[in-house]
Ligand binder design. Structure first.
Ligand code: ADP
Ligand code: ASP
Ligand code: MG
Length: 456
């Protein structure tokens, strides 16, 4: 029986007429039932964030720029008749976008940010559906509302409700696929309990794709992007980065969580729980094999598989006498951090300190909550800003004796100080914190020494 697949296309894979046609060609050239998930046209989500931050003089200007960006692609990608078909879908949706821009009441909604940010996907899905039709297959653009992607959670941090989504997509999406049509679904957001769009955080279309794969019980999820696969480091940072042919779910998840932007941090789990392999492929070079992320049991010969980094972080150190022997105090401090609902990237403790690694933007709120804790518990708080986390991943990494010694030797050679270490929390990764201004040197040195072998 033909395999069921979910194919996700990122912003640069639909960001120009050529890219759009190439993406459509990939879909049409793939056999079997398939559903497509799409991100906003490259640059559009950043543009919408600019709108929220008041970067534009007027909403008329915003409307004009937004419409032009999409029309530019459509005019060059479609013939006359196809363009007129496209305009029938595009026109009314653009009117709804205009109305949203001018709706003062809508702005008061705590999920307005999500609503506005999700607009890009509502238009890229129209472009791609029409491009697929132009390339010779039947396609239907569906919003997350129409497909039934159910979510809950805070603004810009939604979680998919898999049970409800599964019921909905089996009703709304699967029959289209069975009829040979290609549903082209908006990535990036799901629909909250009040019918409001809630986004999955930046890069969230990958998560939308694996969540849909989970809900449809797909055989494969393909992430089509602008690089040849999951690489040993970000090729924009490390020019010598190489493609990794295959990796297991936990390696991919660790790297994604700690900075490898090629996958959204939460996108691995929905695939892992149903053993669905994720293929990462280059839409600009579909012939390249890409990376397969799956249940890879066999240990790899390479000690270090990849290095990722995450910048703009801060270490908050809380001092409290003999805290290590007073678990209730630790609990109070952790409670205070939890109230801020922030992401904690690492925790480390000593006899009288507990240190947390969080995003620079979360420092203010976290300090406010920590300052409310009894002064008998919290004696002193120290903040070190502008640090970066380095995440080194390899499946036999922690089992290998003395490896951390080599790593920290390389860090020293790169002229950096290690500010915090978190080894052993996961058996595939070694994470440590260095000052932001030395992180590029550290990542490149580690990559040269342990992956390319050039610096040995
Ligand atoms: P898309 O728009 O297709 O979702 P993204 O920009 O979100 O694409 O992710 C792809 C980018 O991720 C690449 O262009 C690359 O610069 C970056 N990246 C960071 N770390 C890695 C890595 N380890 N492997 C591949 N790409 C990476
Ligand atoms: N368009 C959204 C973003 O830029 C989602 C995505 O690209 O995955 O963050
Ligand atoms: Mg992305």
């Amino acid at each position: 029986m033909a395999m069921t697949r979910v194919m996700k296309f990122g912003g640069s894979s639909v960001g120009s007429p050529e890219a759009l046609k190439r993406a459509a060609g990939i879909v049409v050239g793939t056999e079997g039932p398939r559903a497509v998930v799409v991100s906003a046209v490259a640059g559009i989500t950043n543009f919408l964030i600019g709108v929220l931050e008041g970067e534009f003089e007027s909403m008329d200007l915003v409307y004009k720029k937004f419409a032009e960006r999409h029309m530019d692609v459509a005019r060059q990608a479609f013939g006359k008749e196809q363009l007129s078909d496209f305009m029938e879908d595009f026109g009314p949706r653009l009117e709804a976008f205009k109305a949203l821009l001018k709706d003062e009441d809508a702005r008061k909604d705590p999920y307005f940010v999500d609503n506005l940010m999700s607009q890009g996907e509502r238009f890229s899905s129209l472009l791609l559906a029409h491009a697929i039709r132009a390339a010779g297959a039947d396609a239907v653009a569906l919003t997350s509302e129409e497909a039934g992607i159910v979510a809950h959670g805070n603004s810009q941090a939604a979680t998919v409700d898999f049970a409800k989504t599964s019921i909905n997509v089996n009703l709304n999406v699967k029959p289209l696929m069975a009829d040979g049509s290609v549903p082209v679904i908006t990535g990036f957001y799901g629909v909250g309990p009040k019918g409001q769009p809630i986004t999955f955080g930046r890069g969230g279309s990958d998560y939308a794709a694996t969540a849909l794969g989970n809900a449809l019980d797909a055989d494969i999820v393909e992430i089509w992007t602008d690089v040849d696969g999951f690489m040993t480091s970000d090729p924009k940072v490390v020019p010598g980065a190489k493609v990794i042919d295959e990796m297991n779910y936990s390696e991919a998840a660790e790297l994604a969580y700690f900075g490898a932007k090629v996958l959204h941090p939460r996108s691995v789990e929905p695939a892992r729980t149903k053993h669905i392999p994720i293929y990462i492929k280059n839409s600009h070079r579909p012939e390249a094999a890409g990376t397969r992320v799956h249940n890879l049991g066999r240990p790899n010969d390479d000690l270090l598989k990849a290095v990722a980094m995450k910048v703009d972080l801060s270490i908050i150190t809380v001092n409290s006498a003999e805290i290590a022997c007073k678990p209730r105090m630790v609990a109070r401090i952790i409670d205070a951090i939890a109230e801020s609902d922030v992401c904690v990237y690492a925790i480390s403790t000593s006899l009288s300190t507990i240190a947390f690694l969080i995003h620079n933007l979360d420092v203010k709120e976290t300090l406010r909550n920590l300052n409310r804790v009894d002064s008998e518990i919290v004696e002193h708080i120290n903040v070190k800003s502008n640090v970066a986390l380095v995440c080194a991943v390899g499946d036999s990494l922690l089992a290998s004796q003395g490896f951390s010694g080599y790593v920290f030797g390389a860090v020293k050679d790169a002229g950096a100080n290690v500010e915090m270490i978190s080894e052993g929390a996961s058996d595939v990764s070694l994470n440590f914190v260095v000052p932001t201004d030395s992180v590029l040197d550290v990542v490149r040195t580690l990559h040269d020494r342990f992956i390319t072998g050039a610096g040995k």
